[in-house]
Design a protein around this ligand. Sequence first.
Ligand code: SF4
Ligand code: SF4
Length: 385
Amino acid sequence: MKSYLSLARNILASNRKQRLSFPYKLTFCVTYWCNYKCKTCNIWQRKPKDELTIDEIRDFFRRSDRFNWIDFTGGEVWLRKDFVEIVEAAIRYCPNLAMLHFPTNGYLSDRIVEGVKEIIKLRPPKFIVTISTDGDEAVNDYVRGKEGGWRRQIETYKQLHAMSGVEVVLGMTLSSLNVNEYGKAFAAVKQECPWLKPSDFHLNVAHESAHYYGNQGTDVLIKDRRAVIEQVRRYRDSRGVPTHPVALIEWLYLRNAEQYLDTGRTPMRCHALHSSCFVDSWGDVYPCGMYDARLASLREHEYDLERIWNLPVTKKTQAEIWDYKCPQCWTPCEANQSIFGNLFGQHTTRVPVSGKFGKSKSPLEPVIPAPLRLTQIERRKTGDV
Ligand code: SF4
Ligand code: SF4
């Protein structure tokens, strides 16, 4: 309960223009090793050396312990044999941790299932695992470059779904390789898992990142933005009217994704370095996974994130991001904090803007209060828009 109150306090405080004294959300890439060969991401091409050791990670969490929400990511997190110990360090040293999440490609079913059981024994806070799934069996295995991948992913999904103490969802990244494939992807999983609902899938859109995915200039990401917008809209409608706060946040993410795809501009002021940051597997700190703006190394600052958070370069970079002077994106890793930090629509540009996809046709909509949004959903469903 204490950790949820701390998270709520930080979310409320993040609605002010003034940045937080410490990020409440951390995205921590624990390894760049990966056993897939996705066509939308080049992380697998790296053969990283000298990544942070478990002792260094313990030092980091011991000295940087004020997170409410941690997303571990990779590469494939389960290629680190000490991944459970990493999670254990986060739980042990961060007393206000309220949310723990990581994605996995789902291939190493036995290791993942056993590891998740170990993590559940540590009594984590709200614990969510995303298993990436980019299409039905044929499309998934093609896009993700792994024969037999889909079968293993679904096996992992089924086993985690049967456990209590963890919430498991399927994550689909839309790119030009699978833009029209969501319906088939859903039907294929539903055949294996009859309980499946649209809200068990989470859709996001492919992004470019030089320092993280290493996929800048990849021509498979998004070719036909209109087609992606249509797909996002269809999926959003299939989820129905949001009836609880988590569904509403997801709905807002999707609605704003359409706007991002239309304009190429982040739909509201981004909260990277205001409320959150990204740390890579060498301890280098960045605003987020998309912006190639390395700020400093934890190794050179005694693993103390607060020191880096307060460096002049960090403050300057945050001020630039606040003014939309960054590559612009709508990655879920940062979008949720931006939505939470913009609860009253106060940090949204309300004039037509030019983004990397050109000038928008209409003024950007603010994050419209929920009741009005719900009316819009109903109107679209009845064909009245
Ligand atoms: S998207 Fe994930 S699974 Fe695919 S290559 Fe990148 S890190 Fe590996
Ligand atoms: S808008 Fe995107 S690229 Fe810019 S700082 Fe935020 S998350 Fe990073």
